[in-house]
Ligand binder design. Sequence first.
Ligand SMILES: [Zn+2]
Length: 86
Amino acid sequence: MKHHNEDGPPCGHMEGLLNQAADGSSRGLKLWYAINHAARCTGCGNYLRRLRETVGRLHSATKEMPPTDVLNRLEAAIPREEGIPR
Ligand SMILES: [Zn+2]
């Protein structure tokens, strides 16, 4: 009998913690606990890896936005009317 746990679902009670670990909203002990569990649990490990790939893709998508210094230069180029507080 072969076990196909490689792509199994994560432990139900870990799902929230793994989500927080992947999107960076988790800190300290919670983050450590999630990483530590994912390292030993195949289902959670794969789940966390997939989440991180998704988050990484989202981050690289935002990198296609113009860099901040370009935005600043654009804003500086816009003439401002005198006397209007910003
Ligand atoms: Zn698990």
